[in-house]
Design a protein around this ligand. Structure first.
Ligand code: SF4
Length: 303
């Protein structure tokens, strides 16, 4: 059975969405920053990205959550640059220093097909917000050549509703981070003024599009929403607000990955409140809170 995007390809909607995406690049407001630069004419906004996709790496990846990695891996395409600038980003050489190679949409479509040929369960588009139009065009090229596995949109959570609407019916699995439960924290640690406000809207829309995570008989994700929340030291992520929002506005069955792997990377070692790992107690507190709210589909980590 083909994922949803196949019918959108057949009836021409996918092509229309790709065209609309390129129109947005002329006055870029792909993400809520709305830089209004013409990326087709070499102007650059906050994400420093232009017309062509830039890819840092692509491979079968086994380190994602079990329903995403499965036994044969997730076909991860890691895009360069980012619409945020998190002071603790573990991937900052890629997200902030621009490590990666400029590609064409044709080479991007070949990567997708090659990952599918390797047996990956899905195409996992990591940090892809600023390249949505290019991704749509690459999918358009890959479908007639046989692309048929689900698409995972793996993002920071900071998304504009218009861009998410371009992806409606095309993305099978949304896997957003939900980094902070307060706009102020985003401003201090990720250089973004309205993270919590915008991510709440984005997650509502993602949930509207795909609903709860659905697995096949082998426990591999086929469709739905999987939210990730990285617990930060000293409750800097304001986890309670994040969890309360998820419980109230999505579903108690929402698949929520509570991540404990924080370590001080990038500029974090110079920031006293971020310069340590989280304690077992801090992590347990967030797990207990999730449980007290009735959230019952939690992916947890050992700490
Ligand atoms: S995608 Fe990049 S250029 Fe476009 S609005 Fe966002 S940060 Fe600005």
């Amino acid at each position: 059975m083909h994922p949803n995007y196949f019918s959108l390809y057949q009836n021409g909607i996918l092509e229309g969405r790709a065209k609309e995406g390129y129109r947005i690049l002329e006055n870029c407001h792909l993400c809520p920053r709305g830089c209004s630069v013409n990326r087709l004419k070499k102007e650059r906004g906050f994400c420093k990205s232009g017309k062509n996709p830039i890819v840092a790496s692509w491979s079968s990846h086994f380190g994602e959550e079990p329903p995403i990695s499965g036994p044969f891996g997730s076909g991860t395409i890691f895009f360069t640059n980012c619409t945020l600038s998190c002071c603790f980003c573990q991937n900052y050489p890629i997200s902030q220093l621009g490590e990666g190679n400029e590609e064409t949409v044709t080479s991007l479509s070949r990567m997708m097909l090659s990952l599918q040929e390797k047996g990956c369960h899905n195409i996992n588009l990591v940090t892809s917000t600023h390249f949505v139009p290019q991704i749509l065009r690459a999918i358009l090229l890959a479908i007639p050549k046989g692309l048929k596995i689900p698409l995972v949109y793996n993002s920071s959570g900071y998304e504009s509703l218009n861009t998410l609407k371009l992806l409606d019916g095309i993305v099978d699995i949304y896997m957003p981070d939900f980094k902070y439960g307060d706009d102020k924290q985003g401003e201090i640690y990720s250089e973004v003024p309205d993270y919590f406000s915008r991510t709440k809207e984005a997650i509502r829309e993602m949930y509207r599009q795909v609903g709860n995570l659905k697995l096949d008989k082998k426990r591999i994700a086929k469709r739905g929403l999987l939210i990730r929340h990285l617990v930060l030291p000293n409750d800097l992520a304001k986890s309670e607000n994040v969890l309360k929002f998820i419980a109230a506005e999505t579903s108690l069955d929402t698949c929520l990955s509570l991540m404990a792997q924080y370590f001080p990377a990038n500029r974090a070692p110079q920031i006293p409140e971020l310069n340590r790992r989280i304690t077992r107690r801090e992590y347990q507190k967030v797990l207990d809170l999730a449980s007290s709210l009735g959230l019952n589909n939690i992916l947890r980590q050992e700490i």
